[in-house]
Design a protein around this ligand. Structure first.
Ligand SMILES: *Cc1c(COP(=O)(O)O)cnc(C)c1O
Length: 411
């Protein structure tokens, strides 16, 4: 089947095109840890990258590879490596590609755990500058000779700031720095970072791609845009053995996945793969629900402020309209002074008090007391996180039930 099919048709027929046994429509769950060969040459060829095939499931498994192939198509990339979680994907990319003495420019609105792991790398000698990535000028201002990577997210959590994605892409290309975009919040259905020049795209498969809150996973996709032969930290043996365009993804698979060990289980890969078949349907519903919820919250007298890129008053609304198919499922809001956010949350009956996001059910969480608790009040203030901020991840419920629940809780 040609590559020209639409987004959903491509995902639905991806496994079948890999021709699994008996005409199966799903890639089977291959539980074998290791792979045997009649002739030792088969094993040698796999080890020496002369043939595709499998040696040990920590670094490759047919069920996981089928999911990687699907994600590559969703992101219109060149190749993907899957990991046990989104955090394993991010940590492994850092382990594979960064050395002490390197400089990284990162958005200051990064997902909390991503910021934490960057702090750990800075303890090990990597220099990191955190900037307001909503404007490329802030990235340019901290650029140095040893800058290797710019790392941003599409839509920030919980503030929903949108990175200056296109202009940071142009700047990265001009300076030959690796541009990494975490696409989790928009997902490849709403946005493809390859279109703004990203070299690597990260996805937490746990969120919209899996979509059902029943499996953890993460991925790194090489878009094929970055010239890896120019990258300082490619090992000499890799340069001798691997084609230039495959240097990056191969080093991530070997030094990140194989040596780091954050392997996605075949069972989780299967759940994520099946979940991903409906990503377009789910996100159409999620985005339409989220828009209605944002407008409804904005209309309530007890609500002081709503952050959602779909609202005309959002600082990056125009940019979001230009770049994304729709505005996503994540928003945050602050209640008027005198209305206690915890009491409000406790009055919700349908919406679940929970820390996840990007799944079918609508989830709400008080931000300062939970996911940003560790930071302390001073850092929260610095980051513009209001002490009573509530984050909402909108799901696929019937819209009237969501509006009724929010309305009754505020009343
Ligand atoms: C959740 C999330 C991650 C981490 O993914 P896990 O699968 O939970 O490890 C990374 N980046 C963003 C933007 C996320 O929302």
């Amino acid at each position: 089947m040609s590559n020209k099919k639409g987004f959903t048709s491509t995902i639905l027929h991806s496994d079948r095109n890999l021709k699994p046994e008996f005409g199966a429509l799903h890639q089977p769950v291959h539980t074998s840890v290791t792979w045997g060969y009649e002739d030792v040459k088969g094993l040698l060829d796999v080890f020496q990258n002369k043939a595709g095939g499998f040696a040990y499931s920590r670094q490759g498994n047919p069920t996981v590879i089928a999911l990687e192939h699907k994600i590559t198509q969703m992101e219109q990339g060149m190749a993907t490596v899957a990991f046990s979680t989104g955090m394993a994907a991010i940590t492994s990319v850092m382990l594979a590609l960064v050395k002490a003495g390197d400089h990284i420019i990162a958005s200051k609105f990064l997902f909390g755990n991503t910021r934490n792991i960057l702090h750990t790398f800075s303890d090990m000698g990597v220099e990191i500058s955190y900037v307001d990535a909503t404007s490329v000028e802030n990235v340019e201002a901290v650029y140095k000779e040893n800058t290797r990577i710019v790392f941003v997210e599409t839509i920030a959590n919980p503030g929903t700031q949108i990175a200056d994605l296109e202009r940071i892409g142009s700047f990265s290309r001009e300076k030959s720095i690796l541009y990494i975009v975490d696409n989790t919040m928009s997902s490849p259905y709403l946005f493809r970072p390859v279109l703004v020049g990203a070299g690597l795209v990260i996805n937490s498969l746990t969120k919209y791609i899996g979509g059902h809150g029943d499996a953890l996973g993460g991925s790194v996709t090489d878009t094929g845009l970055f010239r890896w032969s120019d990258y300082a930290n490619i090992t000499e043996t890799m340069r001798l053995q691997i084609k230039p365009e495959l240097l990056g993804i191969t080093q991530i698979r070997k030094r990140g996945l194989r040596d780091g060990g954050g392997t996605l289980s075949p069972e989780a890969a299967h759940s994520i793969s099946v979940g991903s078949e409906t990503i377009a349907l789910r996100l159409d519903r999620i985005c339409s629900n989220a828009m209605r919820v944002a407008l409804f919250l904005q209309s309530l007298s007890g609500v002081k402020e709503v952050n959602y890129p779909g609202l005309v008053g959002h600082p990056e609304h125009t940019l979001a309209s230009k770049l994304f198919k729709s505005y996503g499922g994540l928003m945050s809001f602050v209640l008027e002074e005198g209305i206690d956010s915890i009491t409000f949350l406790n009055k919700l009956q349908l919406i679940i008090k929970s820390s996840n996001l990007g799944e079918n059910r609508t989830l709400a969480i008080p931000v300062a007391q939970t996911i940003f608790h560790e930071l302390g009040a001073a850092r929260r203030a610095e980051m513009g996180i209001d002490e009573s901020l509530i984050r909402l991840s909108v799901g696929i419920e019937d819209i009237q039930d969501l509006l009724d629940d929010l309305g009754q809780a505020l009343a």
